[in-house]
Design a protein around this ligand. Structure first.
Ligand SMILES: *Cc1c(COP(=O)(O)O)cnc(C)c1O
Length: 230
């Protein structure tokens, strides 16, 4: 089913991109592989999707042992400060930077590894109690506080929008994210360049793309419902 699912998603991404004056190539599809075994991940990679998103540090590390740098890894979930050391040499992009303390740790681990780590700032755009990410209003303050960090580069913003029945309900929140993205872009900072707006999941990626997303993170839509008991 992965092949058929992917073909349908590709078509929808293309349509949504065109609706917003862009092309399919302007949008990065991340395959979200949490709970999915490496064999099925291999099937997806064989179809050309090699940028993968994982939620948990440990799960990413386990899969990295098998797949390694044949995939480009994105960390999407909340990270404990003391776990940064396990992923710093493995991840291309950390989507879930949400505090000065965490960014400081990423910066220092990156320095030890001789790299500059690309990160996205996670925004809790729906102000949901249950979600991580900072408030929209706190974004500029956080950027100021991390402005001197030389081994991180802020490449954009990420959000996990509320779970809704009808994706249209999230359109205004996606618009708010895009506006914030543009506002930050207008102000030059040494370690910031707003290239990526990571928003949209299986349920709402088309609306997210229409409103300006250029990274969508899709799991269920590709692999089907997750089985957490496996
Ligand atoms: C699980 C997850 C996704 C993918 O969700 P689906 O609804 O399965 O597409 C995307 N982003 C994050 C942060 C996730 O945790």
């Amino acid at each position: 089913m992965i092949k058929e699912n992917l073909a349908a998603i590709e078509e929808k991404i293309k349509k949504a991109a065109e609706k917003s004056g862009r092309k399919r190539e302007d949008i990065l599809l991340l395959g979200v592989t949490k709970t999915i075994d490496t064999e099925r991940i291999g099937e997806l990679m064989a179809l050309g999707v090699t940028e993968l998103g994982e939620n948990k540090v440990q799960e990413l590390c386990e899969k990295y042992e098998v797949i390694g740098d044949r995939a480009q890894w994105h960390l999407l979930g909340h990270i404990q400060k003391n776990n940064v050391k396990y992923i710093i040499d493995k991840v291309k992009l950390i989507h879930s930077a949400d505090s000065v303390r965490l960014v400081k740790e990423i910066n220092s681990r990156a320095e030890k590894n001789g790299k500059v780590q690309d990160i996205l700032i996670e925004i809790n755009i729906g102000n949901e109690e249950s979600k991580s990410g900072i408030k929209k209003e706190e974004t500029f303050e956080l950027l100021d506080e991390i402005a001197g960090f030389k081994n991180i580069f802020v490449k954009g913003l990420m959000t996990v929008a509320p779970f809704v029945e009808d994706p249209e309900e999230n359109r205004d929140l996606f618009k708010e994210m895009f506006k914030l993205f543009i506002d930050i872009r207008a102000k030059k900072r040494d370690n910031v360049s707003m290239e990526f707006l990571s928003m949209g999941m299986t349920n709402d990626y088309e609306v997210a793309i229409e409103e300006g997303a250029n990274i969508v993170r899709i799991g269920t839509g590709i692999f089907g419902a997750r089985n957490y008991n496996k």
